[in-house]
Design a protein around this ligand. Sequence first.
Ligand code: FNR
Length: 177
Amino acid sequence: MNILTISGSLRASSSNTRLVKAIMRLAPAGIETQLYQGLADLPHFTPDLDGGNPPASVLTLRQQLQAADGVLICTPEYAFGVPGTLKNALDWTVSSGDFSEKPVAAISASPLWSGGDKAHASLLLTLTALGANILEEGKIIIPMINKKLDADGNIVDPALLEDLKTVFSTFQRSFDK
Ligand code: FNR
């Protein structure tokens, strides 16, 4: 079984990208993880480009999603929503249906107390529109991320570490069904 992971941030020292990588290191035997790295390569979505011959970067996104048994997204919040780059990637999957019934963990992380809750709610709405199987225990909002994840990408908050480990058991249960 394999899980495609996506960080919604393009920032070089992104906490969400460090978090994604930390979560990937928690994967138990039997679950492979792969980090999607093409967010910045995608053109702005327009239905005009979404016809018979979409750009290569779009095909790569779709192929990686199709090959994945599940998807894990960690996103920051920008102006109470998900970053445009992440929403752009999700819009490219509307017509291809790559998220349909796909088990998905949706995580937001912010240095603020809100944990990016509005971006999280927005992400859930978009994933619902895409027909994803949003995993209950995969819905996680992480406040004060800078106190829970160090600069080297180590999770230093024991409660968060436990919550993140349960994400893999909930993925495993969805794969077993
Ligand atoms: C932010 N940030 C932010 N945080 C938040 O909790 N709610 C918000 O609405 C916003 N809005 C916002 C807009 C813009 C333009 C920037 C640059 C930042 C702060 C944001 O959570 C913080 O920069 C995170 O560190 C971004 O995530 P990464 O890049 O560390 O993963």
